[in-house]
Ligand binder design. Structure first.
Ligand SMILES: Nc1ncnc(-c2cnn(Cc3cccc(F)c3)c2)c1Cl
Length: 331
């Protein structure tokens, strides 16, 4: 089930494909059957653009290869996590206009929950903890500060807000109301296990993953639905021990997660972002002439900021995977 699209110019037209849904920096397309022009009901094309967002704005300057780096990092993580959960990837044999930065995926019915887990406390989770001593209803030790490592990753789910709005944190009890206690427990356990595994692997490479957001879906056939079917699903009736809970969307990328350099980690202050700090520092410096409180769009980026930011993405990919980044071709 893919939300109806609003089709801003941001996502390009793609021959043989229909744009279904355009996020801030990504697009979701349905392949069209060349014979009938009908949408393929079993596959989607998930495209990552080179656009980057900061301070809730999508910048007008692309970061070359960002889409390709993040796509290839996600593909690598799907392999590293294959023992924890099946994934939705079918093929990287994609149209040349999006080579290296798109994947064909199985079209699933997505659970209506943004599955977030936190291994370190910062951002919205820290704010909630400061106000209540808990996060998503989970009591935490006293005395935690910005960047504190949590005793173990905590599941902090959100609702899927409408386009352009912020997701709203919800409690585990609300997740149980949304998808039933069995699926709720399963996606909680999977999300925590994915972040735990991600940090085990990343720590060996000097990277900390503070938090991450993943999405899960289920094959319509396993729900007794036709491919094109759009009817409401009674999630509470779904038994996760019978169906496959599939890891979809993107996984453990710097867009879906906070990446920090382990060598720079210092609880008690704002941590530096592995990938976005160069961009943030320039945008908040006098050099940019921009005021982030003004709600005006950020200015075009200078070449050195673009190149340094591109280098951060490439460095994150090569450090994590141990593979040289090759632009435009899937690893
Ligand atoms: N395998 C799947 N089956 C059905 N739906 C999805 C799905 C729906 N939405 N999203 C998030 C998203 C991904 C990219 C570009 C966007 F604009 C939005 C992912 C997936 Cl991944």
């Amino acid at each position: 089930h893919v939300p109806t699209a609003h089709t801003p110019e941001a996502a390009p037209q793609l021959p043989g494909h229909e744009l279904l849904y355009s996020g801030k920096v990504r697009g979701l397309y349905a392949p069209l059957d060349p014979a009938t022009g009908q949408r393929d009901q079993e596959r989607l094309l998930l495209v990552a653009s080179d656009r980057i967002s900061a301070y809730d704005h999508v910048l007008d300057t692309p970061i070359p290869d960002k889409g390709s780096v993040l796509t290839q990092m996600s593909l690598w993580w799907f392999d590293q996590l294959a023992d924890l959960a099946p994934h939705h990837v079918i093929s990287t044999d994609v149209p040349e206009q999006v080579a290296g930065r798109a994947v064909y995926v199985r079209r699933l019915r997505m659970l209506p929950v943004e599955c977030v887990a936190r291994a370190f406390l910062t951002g919205g989770g820290l704010a909630e903890y400061a106000a209540t001593g808990t996060v998503s209803g989970v009591p935490l030790p006293e005395g935690l500060v910005d960047g504190s490592r949590l005793p173990e990753p905590v599941f902090t789910p959100s609702t899927k807000a409408p386009m352009g709005e912020h997701d709203q944190p919800i409690s585990f009890a609300e997740v149980e109301e949304l998808v039933g206690p069995r699926l709720a427990a399963r996606v909680r356990d999977l999300t925590v296990a994915i972040l735990q595994r991600g940090n085990e692997i990343a720590a060996d490479r000097g990277i900390l993953i503070a938090d991450t957001k993943v999405e899960f879906g289920i094959d319509p056939a396993q729900l007794g639905l036709g491919d094109g079917a759009d009817e409401e699903i009674d999630w509470a009736s779904v038994d996760p021990d019978v169906v496959d809970v599939v890891l979809a969307d993107e996984v453990l990328t710097p867009d879906s997660s906070r990446f920090w350099r382990a060598s720079e980690w210092a609880p008690g202050r704002t941590q530096t972002s592995y990938d976005k700090q160069v961009l943030r520092d320039w945008l908040t410096s006098p050099a940019s002439g921009w005021d982030k409180a003004s709600d005006t769009p950020p200015p075009t980026l200078p070449d050195d900021v673009v190149e340094l930011t591109r280098a951060r993405y490439v460095e994150a990919y090569e450090t994590l995977t141990g593979r040289p980044f090759t632009a435009g071709t899937p690893a």
